[in-house]
Design a protein. Structure first.
Length: 110
């Protein structure tokens, strides 16, 4: 049985409800991602993009204010940069982050 703290939303249940009720045609594509179990922030963003597609620029700016990343998410992002040989600007554009945020993470975690 999964145990969640009071502050951890059950993303699997939330996205399954959305898929079953509003986007049943996207079930096959998204269910394997949801069944992984422990979803990172990056997994959540990918699932969200698959379900809803690209969102408007104004919404992106608003949503970015409320994102938070834990240590494993940050290390996964920095690993993505290394594997794909991206500079800080390219990585920031890919994940819609600030270049300063990437630089700060590199100072802390590398």
């Amino acid at each position: 049985m999964k145990r969640y703290s009071n502050s951890d939303p059950d993303y699997e249940a939330i996205y399954k409800d959305i898929l079953y009720q509003k986007f049943p045609e996207k079930l096959k594509e998204c269910l394997p991602l949801l069944k992984r179990g422990n979803l990172s922030a990056i997994d959540i963003l990918n699932i969200n993009r698959k379900i809803f597609g690209q969102i408007e620029e104004e919404s992106v700016k608003m949503n970015q204010k409320f994102r938070s990343y834990n240590r494993s998410d940050i290390l996964q992002i920095l690993d993505y940069q290394k594997k794909n040989k991206l500079n800080n600007t390219q990585l920031a554009n890919h994940y819609k982050l600030s270049k300063n945020t990437i630089t700060k993470w590199k100072k802390i975690f590398m």
